[in-house]
Design a protein around this ligand. Structure first.
Ligand code: FES
Length: 258
C-alpha cells in the first residue's frame, strides 16, 4: 500500500485518564485508505530527547468526519509531548504502515477480539470494520483496574463486551484468559493485542483448541520501514521485521513456546 507523509490537524484531544490521551486528527484532503491493525509513525516536535517518530496503532477511522484516531499511552517524553498537542496543532505522520488482520469469510464465524491496555486500540477499528462487513464481534478487554479500561462505550456500540480487571473493580476479577465466556462459548477466530504475556496466554488457549488466531505484536520500533532491524521477531520463516512483515502474525508463524 502506498504510504503518505501527512501534516494532520488535531481536531480534538480527549484525556481518558492519567495515562492515556486520545488524539482525533483530520486533514484538508480525504485521508488515505487505512486497514485495521496498521499503524502510523508520529513525529514528536519540540523534544530535545526524542528524535525518532513514535509508532502508534490506528485506533479508529471515521470516514464521515475524515478523522483518524490515535490512542496515546503516556510512557515517556515522546508520548508526553504528543499528549501536549491541542486543537489546531499539526501532527506530522507517516501512514499507513504494516499489514492487516485476516478477515473471516463465513458470516457465521464467531469472532473474539481480545485486548489489554493500549493493545485495545487496534481492536476498536478492527471491530468496526467487521461490523460493517456484517459480523458481530465479541470483545474481551482486560486491565488492572476499572480506571484503566478504555473506550468501553465505543466498543459496546460495535459488539458484545466482556471485561476483566485484575482487582475486580469492573467485570470479572482476573486475567482475560480466566473470563467465563471462554469456557461457555466456542469462538472460530481470535484476534489479540496487548502485553506479551497476555497474548501468549491467548495464543495458548487458541492453539489448544485449534482456533485460528492472529496477534498484533508490539515489538520496540524505531524507523517503522524495515531499515533499522530493531523490531525483528523470530518466526517459522526466519527473522522478520514486525514493522513491515507485521505487526499482525498468525500464531502458527511464531516460535513462542506456548
Ligand atoms: Fe526499524 Fe522495524 S522499526 S526495521
Amino acid at each position: 500500500m502506498k504510504k503518505y507523509i501527512l501534516d494532520l490537524v488535531i481536531k480534538e484531544k480527549v484525556t481518558l485518564n492519567d495515562n492515556y490521551v486520545l488524539l482525533k486528527a483530520t486533514h484538508p484532503q480525504p485521508l488515505p485508505e487505512m486497514l485495521p491493525g496498521q499503524f502510523a509513525e508520529l513525529r514528536v516536535d519540540g523534544s530535545v530527547t526524542t528524535f525518532l517518530r513514535r509508532p502508534i496503532s490506528i485506533n479508529y477511522v471515521d470516514r464521515t468526519k475524515n478523522e483518524v484516531w490515535f490512542l496515546i499511552q503516556l510512557v515517556g517524553d515522546g508520548t508526553r509531548r504528543l499528549a501536549m498537542l491541542s486543537e489546531g496543532d499539526l501532527l506530522n505522520t507517516v501512514l499507513p504502515l504494516g499489514n492487516t488482520f485476516t478477515l473471516p469469510e463465513k458470516k457465521e464465524e464467531r469472532l473474539l477480539l481480545v485486548g489489554g491496555g493500549v493493545g485495545t486500540a487496534p481492536m476498536l477499528y478492527l471491530g468496526d470494520e467487521l461490523k460493517k462487513k456484517g459480523f458481530r464481534p465479541h470483545f474481551l478487554l482486560g486491565g488492572r483496574t476499572r480506571a484503566g479500561m478504555l473506550q468501553l462505550e465505543e466498543f459496546a456500540c460495535i459488539g458484545e463486551v466482556f471485561v476483566t480487571t485484575e482487582d475486580g473493580t469492573l467485570g470479572e476479577k482476573g486475567y482475560v484468559t480466566q473470563h467465563s465466556v471462554l469456557s461457555q462459548t466456542h469462538f472460530d477466530r481470535i484476534y489479540t493485542c496487548g502485553p506479551k504475556p497476555m497474548m501468549m496466554a491467548v495464543a495458548r488457549y487458541a492453539k489448544e483448541r485449534n482456533i485460528f488466531c492472529e496477534v498484533s505484536l508490539e515489538n520496540t520500533m524505531a524507523c517503522g520501514i524495515g531499515a533499522c532491524l530493531c523490531c525483528v521477531e523470530k518466526t517459522t520463516k526466519g527473522n522478520l521485521c514486525v514493522c513491515t512483515e507485521g505487526p499482525i502474525f498468525n500464531i502458527e508463524q511464531l516460535t513462542w513456546q506456548i
